[in-house]
Ligand binder design. Structure first.
Ligand code: ADP
Length: 245
């Protein structure tokens, strides 16, 4: 959606929230805050507030959904009724079904699913407050929760969005930029190899712009990955120092 009345880039080249084109919103993460789940994580990313919880691997029911060769990673993305300005009708809708699927696929590419045949790994992503980029923030939190549950993975998964507003390629679109910008490309990246496990695109970009966007997102993924590792170390190194697990 484009709107000529709304200015997204200031005279000095900064964005409406003061960021440079390649600057992320502030991100905070915390691992292992829910006691009943096998693994959990909480993430604040700009105005997004997201909780992820993991159960499993456990036996898959109904049995006909079992995969005899590997575990099924089943993510459920859900937005709380109070997460947006107008109350959101609770329960699944087309969008949340689609997001659950793309997030499940992205996480499956990282988890060593062949180690747990016939099982299911349930990942619940609860968006408590939404401010654009919830699918990639949810993915980032989910991968931390999987690590907290001790589930073996090839790598953590980092989510990140790049896009285009007023002809400028920018990183990590906020709500106004997402609404009134020209393009939005959510990505899921495995930081060690740079492999892309989630790729969607809303709007139009030239090939050159897309290359710039991917470069930006890749650099940001490295930065977010360092935050993920720190969040895990904050819990597990502390436990080790205290003589815990
Ligand atoms: P993402 O959150 O991954 O960017 P979208 O591009 O579909 O996904 O949504 C952008 C933003 O629009 C969301 O983060 C949220 O702030 C808002 N939004 C999405 N769905 C709704 C809804 N049903 N009601 C109100 N706002 C919504």
């Amino acid at each position: 959606m484009e709107n000529k009345d709304i200015k997204l880039i200031n005279e000095d080249g900064t964005r409406i929230d003061g960021r440079r084109p390649d600057e992320l919103r502030p991100i905070r993460m915390k691992v292992g805050l829910l006691e009943r789940a096998d693994g959990s994580a909480y993430l604040e990313w700009g105005g997004n507030k997201i909780l992820a919880a993991v159960y499993g691997p456990r036996e898959m029911y109904p049995k006909h959904q079992q995969d005899p060769a590997r575990a099924v990673v089943r993510a459920r993305y859900s937005m709380a009724p109070f997460s947006v300005d107008e109350r959101k009708r609770p329960g699944p809708d087309r969008r949340s079904v689609e997001l659950s699927m793309v997030i499940s696929n992205a996480l499956s590419a990282a988890v060593l699913t062949e180690e747990f045949p016939r099982t299911v790994i349930d990942v619940f992503i609860e968006v408590l407050q939404a401010d654009a980029g919830t699918r990639i923030a949810g993915l980032t939190a989910a991968s931390l929760a999987l690590a907290d549950a001790g589930i073996p993975m090839r790598d953590l998964v980092v989510g990140c969005t790049a896009g285009k507003i007023e002809g400028v390629v920018v990183l990590d679109l906020n709500k106004e930029e997402d609404n009134y910008g020209e393009a939005d490309v959510p990505l899921g990246i495995l930081p060690r190899t740079g492999e892309i496990v989630l790729f969607q695109m809303d709007g139009m970009m030239t090939e050159e712009e897309l290359c710039t966007a991917l470069d930006m997102a890749y650099n940001a993924a490295m930065e977010i990955h360092r935050m993920q590792v720190k969040a895990l170390k904050d819990v597990y190194m502390k436990e080790a120092e205290e003589g815990g697990e």
